[in-house]
Design a protein around this ligand. Structure first.
Ligand code: ABU
Length: 540
């Protein structure tokens, strides 16, 4: 064997290292196995990638590309019916598995990539076709692409100066949504969730009626304000009363009928009662798509009452708003929505836009600025070179606003308005299919009411309760079945459906079909899997 010089030895080592790196790169690029960084990049730290080193483009790209591989693997798993939705662990066990500690010293890039993998491994796959648990489900790929771009652009939405494209996009999309409600002109904003949207509606309503409240506060009010909402409304409506100084006792719950719809005669009776007591009825919240039952309050009758007693009419269509796209299902559910003064509508629910994307709309141009503007001089200077009306940040009480528009705009471009209409019709047809399948198996399932929307309310009957006549006692037992069966679902990780009690009955299942991934065979799987997991449940 020839003698190796020191130079020769180093050159040999370099060749081997290059060979290993090439192999690692090839393996990563071929998409085989779990995404890995080459050792040369994996062992680097944050200060070896952009922006800490100007020449760090290659290693930065490699790191981000491997993170992207992890994300793409996740997207694939989410859509794979053979994958579980979750691998449930109790919090104590989860804490042992996860390394959540914040280190004193930096961790290498390979560890950060592992952290990304581990995080997604234990995440509930809310876009899985067998996830029926929440109002916001699904994983719209175009909207996801939009969210990734949004993160990369990483801007704030308060001024045109730093978000020119996104601000103009907001104007276009929000105007289109207002037109769909049935208004010309008006005002709108994207808010962090339906609850804050409802709060913005409340603030605008109070400002509209009592314009001096902004400066004079409570002293400008001639008496105690009262607001009205149905007993099925989202709890955020009640929290408006608490946050805004009315007190929850002055948020009056109007009884609903057996299908969860506000009873207008009861609304009028309660308005009169409070007027007689010297209170000032000023705001009515009507819900278009209640959270649990998916009920629609009767908007024409409520609009008549609001006009008669000079009250602001808000429609919380956070959930049901998407049905405005559908010629088939919009009416009679949202007939007369154009008579409202304000409307909350969450694209992140029925439309499948990624979380979060919530909008609130007003009939009156300029009302948001008039109500909320504080004219902070360091942001909203009036002597800028462009029209300050494009600095929309002063319309809200938040200051900073996340960019929630791009993912919706891009998704709308992809689908077109007709694509959203098809999506709505499909979700409703799938719901009708589920109702049919439930009715075909009366020994195992009991439908609680005919749904108006994609919420299906039902009980599952284990063998113990089949052929037992229905009674209040049986309902109590069926309620206990829900909690036990949900526990088994989570342990099995194969399906997820929500349950809750309401004012009229103990626990019952609420199934939601709002994901574009769901098909008839997923509905069949859901019902069969509930029976497989639950048939032997015993309750007492
Ligand atoms: N903001 C209502 C969401 C509730 C749900 O997803 O069930």
């Amino acid at each position: 064997m020839s003698k190796l010089t020191l130079d020769g030895f180093f050159s040999y080592c370099k060749q081997i290292a290059e060979h290993i790196q090439l192999g690692e790169r090839m393996a990563a690029l071929s998409g085989q196995g779990t995404p890995r960084l080459t050792s040369a990049v994996g062992n680097l730290y944050y200060d070896s990638i952009l922006p800490y080193r100007e020449d760090a483009n290659p290693q930065t790209r490699e790191f981000l590309q491997r993170v992207l591989d992890v994300l793409l693997d996740y997207v694939q798993q989410v859509n794979d019916r053979n994958e579980k939705i979750l691998d449930f662990k109790m919090p104590e066990e989860m804490l042992k598995i996860l390394d959540l500690h914040l280190p004193e010293d930096p961790l290498p890039l390979k560890q950060l990539l592992e952290d990304c993998k581990t995080t997604l491994k234990h995440q509930v796959k809310t876009g899985h076709p067998h996830f029926f648990n929440q109002l916001s489900t699904g994983l719209d790929i175009v909207s996801l692409a939009g969210e990734w771009l949004t993160a990369a652009a990483n801007t704030n939405m308060f001024t045109y100066e730093i978000a020119p494209v996104f601000i103009l996009m907001e104007n276009v999309v929000l105007e289109k949504m207002r037109n769909m409600i049935g208004w010309k002109g008006g005002d709108s904003i994207l808010a962090p969730g339906g609850s804050v949207s409802n709060l913005y509606a409340f603030l605008a309503a109070r400002h509209h009626k009592f314009p001096y409240y902004k400066e004079k506060g409570l002293t400008s009010l001639p008496g105690h304000l009262v607001m009205f909402t149905s007993d099925q409304c989202h709890y955020s409506v009640k929290s408006c009363a608490s946050v805004c100084g009315l007190g929850t006792d002055y948020c009056i719950c109007v009884p609903s009928d057996e299908r969860g719809r506000m009873i207008p005669q009861e609304l009028e009776r309660l308005v009169r009662y409070h007027k007689d007591k010297g209170h000032i009825p000023f705001f009515v919240n009507a819900t278009a798509g209640t959270t649990v039952l998916g009920a629609f309050d009767p908007l024409p009758e409520i609009a008549d009452i609001c006009e008669k007693y000079d009250m602001w009419m808000h429609v919380d269509a956070a959930w049901g708003g998407g049905l405005l796209f559908s010629k088939k299902y919009r009416h009679p559910r949202m007939t007369a929505i154009e008579r409202a003064d304000s409307v909350t509508w969450n694209p992140h629910k029925l439309m499948g836009t990624l979380l979060q994307c919530s909008t609130v709309h007003f009939k009156y141009e300029g009302i948001l600025l008039s109500c909320n503007a504080m004219s902070a001089e360091y942001l909203f200077m009036t002597d800028k070179i462009y029209d300050p009306k494009y600095d929309t940040g002063d319309k809200v009480i938040q200051c900073g606003r996340h960019n929630d528009i791009f993912k919706l705009w891009l998704q709308w471009r992809a689908k077109g308005t007709s694509g959203f209409e098809n999506h709505m019709d499909r979700l409703m047809e799938l719901t009708e299919y589920m109702v049919r399948r439930i009715k075909e198996q009366p020994d195992k399932f009991q439908l609680i009411l005919e749904p108006e929307m994609v919420n299906v309310s039902f009980w599952y009957l284990p063998q113990q309760l089949r052929h037992v006549p229905h009674s209040a006692d049986k309902e109590l037992l069926l309620g206990k079945v829900c909690a036990k069966l949900k526990g088994r679902m989570m342990q099995a990780g194969t399906i997820m459906v929500g349950y809750q009690p309401d004012e009229r009955r103990p626990n019952f299942f609420r199934n939601i079909i709002s994901s574009a991934a769901v098909t008839e065979r997923d509905v069949d799987f859901l019902l069969a899997e509930m029976d497989r997991l639950g048939h032997d449940i015993i309750v007492d």
